[in-house]
Design a protein around this ligand. Structure first.
Ligand SMILES: [Zn+2]
Length: 608
């Protein structure tokens, strides 16, 4: 919706919007106030009504109306657009006033139903039995409140009559998915079930899940049908309560069932959402991707999908892993908005629960165990290769051939050449097949696909952005951003410079490297810095977001440093490979070095 975007930006009064949170005073062409992103006594936070931007000359934060809402209210880009469009009176292209009115009606019907279900849990005899069931499941009253759990009485048209009484038409009750039209008349969709409201990311009730509580009920779960408010495959249950912690931890955990997610939150795992059935849909993955979980910390965001422990065999976990991989590869690369440039996809890891256990069981019986399992989650590709390895006989040539025939295609759609190479190395080690042979096999297996950009040649190095300028290999723009990000944090928290492991060589910019070495030696930015470096250090403050507190900064610093090491290792591996390909120097020695570096990279990828 590019048209909407510009129109909204045009119409929003940024001074008024920001003025609601920060008192602003006019100063010539701009407005000034105390920066909400860092502590200060004299105003250096400036709003420019003409350019429609804000900027702080103290901490360097800057942005527009959209990033303001994203930062202040924790909204994602789509939500910020909708909120601001509302405010500016801009009708987003796809929603006419009639549609908006209709949606409002359906939301109101859902709210009315929510009230009805919650009353029934407290006020009826059968509801008390449902409450008893919740107690047995270990769900505490505070959790019942937080998630708005309720009970649908076993009455044919109890909710229907209540909705009519509250002024809703039968058509509205049907359109909201609360009532079913049958040849014998109208029926409540949910009867004698524990009710779990499904809310969107803004906390609005858009649907319900009804869970059976006794044997003999036809389905364990009944969900609302697809309505104008609700599309199951594009909704993540509990996102409204999980998003803050997801951003804070740069990590999203996905479980299957709503009650799994409820139990996880009760156990203090606040970054858990439920996919409601399948492992993860493309739209759900896209939603997580759009949250830009790596934005605040500058590093290593991931989504962890928790698989229930299977019965013996684990064929089904493998199947779900393959499905997950397909989802990740079929999600289009996200187009970053301007300043952030091209972005990587959110990596997806897999955690497998012990046999016969689901997240609900573990969250209730062993929260630390569940945390440990999630922490050990492995990239989905690695998980799949391991699954195939376990059921393969690598001791005989035929088994190895079959193993390769199954695993090589898994790498075919991987667009990051170094990730691909890393796994080729794994396959080579497991089977004894030469890496070069495998690479050729893989090249044969890679089918060109219309939507994809052509794969970068292996020698070109990590990441897509790696321009070659004046015959010299420039650092990838991601690298430069990362270096500046890390150093901007360190200039603000200089005492952190000595507290983590990072070889200064990891910084490609000589000025940044010099500042890093000075900081590490205990020399804070000041008059004793050479003028050039003092200027760079001062400018650094204006290039990175201000962390909300010191803990967050420390974590951001650690993660950025880890990421730099990761990038650097990848680059060194590439260089050794290139040298080896050119026949430069001692081949055996290069091989050994490549092995060492690859091991180090593997360890780093797992260190969290
Ligand atoms: Zn500031």
């Amino acid at each position: 919706m590019p048209g909407d975007f510009d129109l909204v930006k045009e119409r929003i009064d940024l001074v008024q919007l920001i003025g609601e949170k920060v008192p602003l005073k006019r100063a010539g062409r701009t407005y000034k106030g105390l920066c909400p992103f860092h502590a200060e006594k004299t105003p250096s936070f400036t709003v420019d009504p003409e350019r429609r931007t804000y900027k702080c000359f103290g901490c360097g934060v800057f942005g527009d109306a959209f990033t303001w809402l994203e930062k202040q209210d924790g909204l994602d880009a789509g939500e910020a657009l909708r909120v601001l469009a509302d405010r500016a009176g801009v009708q987003l292209t796809r929603r006419t006033p009639e549609v908006r009115e209709h949606e409002k009606k359906l939301l109101a019907a859902n709210d009315t139903a929510l009230f009805y279900f919650r009353q029934a849990l407290r006020g009826t005899t059968a509801g008390k039995a449902a409450a008893e069931y919740l107690v047995q499941r270990g769900i505490e009253p505070a959790t019942v409140e937080r998630f708005g759990l309720g009970y649908a009485p076993d009455i044919r048209d109890g909710l229907l009559l209540y909705l009519r009484k509250k002024g809703f038409t039968d058509q509205e009750a049907i359109a909201a998915g609360l009532v079913i039209e049958h040849e014998r008349g109208l029926f409540d969709r949910f009867r004698d079930r524990l009710m779990v409201p499904i809310r969107d990311s803004k906390g609005r009730t858009v649907a319900f899940a009804g869970r059976a509580m006794r044997a003999g009920q036809p389905a364990k779960y009944i969900n609302s049908p697809r309505t104008d408010l609700f599309d199951k495959s594009a909704t993540l249950f509990a996102l409204d309560v999980a998003k803050t912690q997801m951003r804070r931890s740069s990590e999203a955990v996905i479980v299957e069932g709503q009650l799994d997610a409820v139990s996880c939150h009760q156990a203090g795992l606040d970054n858990v959402v439920a996919s409601m059935g399948t492992a993860l849909t493309v739209q759900q993955y896209q939603m997580l991707n759009d949250m830009r979980l790596d934005r605040e910390q500058g590093a290593n965001a991931r989504a962890i999908v928790a698989f229930d422990g299977d019965a013996p065999g684990t064929a089904s976990a493998e199947k779900r892993g393959r499905e997950l991989l397909r989802v990740i590869y079929s999600a289009p690369d996200r187009a970053g908005r301007g300043e952030l440039g091209r972005r990587e996809r959110l990596p997806v890891h897999v955690a497998v629960l012990p046999e016969g256990k689901d997240p609900d069981d573990l969250a209730r019986s062993d929260p630390p165990g569940l945390r440990a399992l999630l922490k050990e989650a492995r990239p989905v590709l690695e998980f799949l290769i391991e699954q195939v390895r376990r059921r393969s006989d690598l001791a005989n040539p035929d088994g190895r051939r079959r193993f390769l025939a199954e695993t090589l295609p898994l790498l075919a759609d991987e667009t990051d050449p170094l990730t691909r190479d890393l796994y080729l190395g794994t396959l080579s080690r497991l089977t004894g097949a030469g890496e070069e042979t495998l690479r050729q096999e893989l090249a044969g297996a890679r089918r060109p696909r219309g939507m994809e950009r052509p794969p970068a040649p292996f020698s070109q190095g990590p990441g897509p952005a790696r321009p070659v300028e004046n015959g010299q290999r420039a650092a990838p723009s991601g690298q430069r951003e990362l270096e500046r990000y890390l150093m901007a944090q360190l200039v603000q928290f200089p005492e952190e410079a000595g507290r983590f492991e990072l070889d200064p060589e990891n910084l490609t910019d000589p000025d940044l490297r010099a500042i890093f070495e000075l900081l590490r030696a205990g020399e804070r930015p000041g008059p004793r810095y050479p003028a050039q470096l003092a200027a760079v250090a001062a400018a650094l403050g204006a290039s990175a977001p201000q962390p909300s507190d010191e803990d967050q900064a420390v974590r951001a610093i650690e993660m950025a440093a880890q990421r730099l090491r990761d990038r650097n290792l990848r680059q060194r591996i590439e260089e050794k490979r290139a040298a080896r390909a050119r026949g430069d120097g001692d081949i055996g020695g290069l091989d050994a070095e490549i092995d060492l570096l690859t091991d180090e990279l593997t360890r780093l990828m797992h260190a969290r």
